[in-house]
Write a protein that binds this ligand. Structure first.
Ligand SMILES: [Zn+2]
Length: 317
């Protein structure tokens, strides 16, 4: 039988590398804070007939547009969303949270925005280490987002205590909406600023696209990247450059990208190729699956020693 300290070590201390700041709260808690109802994404049907682009990530975007944005119109929605996300991370035993927010939130004033987040962080989860990833949206203007990024960097330089909050950059949205080449310069600037380089790729995109994106953007980490498990060459490439995959199996399952056993096969191949990976909730508000629960979803295909290795990676990487 496991002792209490062993159990605690098993259930806490996660480093969550892949979350979206304003979508990280538990749905019930968000409903309390916003005094409204948020439809359960897992059973949500898109109203009206929508084009195929509303599948998978498109369905996430549609839920945000139809269910989230109309409910969060009032002025302190960001603070309440961050509060809910940090409360959820605490409840899930996360000790370090790396969460993204769109870089174009700079329009609200970067100093004000970062102070707001720092204030909620200090009030809600002072013991949790919080790092923000500035997120670039593939389908939006590169030039505009580059300007937004510069305002964040200037604020970080002017107020080092706010700069401390910035941990990395991320790239997301429909994977073929833009070539990674478009964002190469921005990622080079981010590297020079000491930020970690991440991008969402390989959730739907092929192993070749994963490899190409990692090369062009010089990625440290990949959000999802589960499809790397389909190609020995891509796995060898990622293992060689020690690229970390921040997997979110529950997100893949709920978006019906793969069947459960297909997810397990890919995770097994990733592990066997020695590509380091972590587990994350992605969007807890939508997928409602904690890191521990995701760990349990894949645990049955691994031996106890292998499970220990995976758990340590999720706590140390
Ligand atoms: Zn994500």
């Amino acid at each position: 039988m496991e002792s209490e300290p062993e159990k605690k070590r098993f259930l806490t201390g996660w480093h969550e590398h892949h979350a979206h700041l304003f979508l990280g709260g538990a749905r019930r808690r968000m409903e309390e804070l916003f005094e409204t109802e948020f439809p359960d994404f897992r059973y949500w049907k898109i109203p009206l007939v929508k084009p195929a682009s509303e599948e998978a990530i498109g369905r996430v975007n549609a839920w945000i547009r139809e269910c989230f944005l109309p409910a969060v119109k009032f002025h302190d929605w960001r603070k309440l969303s961050v509060q809910a996300a940090l409360e959820q991370a605490n409840a899930d035993g996360v000790s370090r949270l790396e969460a993204s927010l769109n870089v174009d939130f700079s329009r609200l004033g970067t100093e004000r925005l970062l102070r707001e987040i720092a204030e909620v962080h200090a009030q809600t989860a002072p013991d949790l280490e919080l790092k923000l990833d500035l997120g670039f949206v593939r389908s939006q203007s590169v030039e505009f987002q580059a300007e937004c990024f510069q305002t964040f960097l200037k604020t970080a330089e002017r107020f080092p205590e706010l700069g401390e909050l910035l941990g990395g950059v991320d790239l997301y949205d429909v994977e073929d909406a833009a070539l990674p080449e478009n964002f190469r310069e921005i990622f080079q600037i981010a590297r020079a600023a000491g930020l970690k380089l991440k991008a969402h790729v390989g959730e739907t995109g092929s192993p070749e696209v994963i490899r190409h994106t990692a090369e062009i953007l010089n990625l440290d980490e990949i959000q999802h990247g589960i499809r790397a498990g389909e190609s020995k060459e891509t796995l060898a490439f990622l293992a060689d450059r020690k690229t970390v995959l921040n997997l979110a199996p529950a997100s893949n399952r709920i978006l019906c990208l793969f069947r459960e056993e297909e997810i397990q096969e890919r995770v097994r191949a990733i592990f066997d190729s020695k590509v380091p990976f972590t587990l994350s909730s992605d969007d807890y508000l939508l997928f409602e699956t904690s890191i521990v629960e995701q760990f349990q979803e894949i645990a049955s295909i691994f031996s106890e020693d292998e499970q220990t290795q995976i758990r340590k990676n999720c706590q140390n990487l």
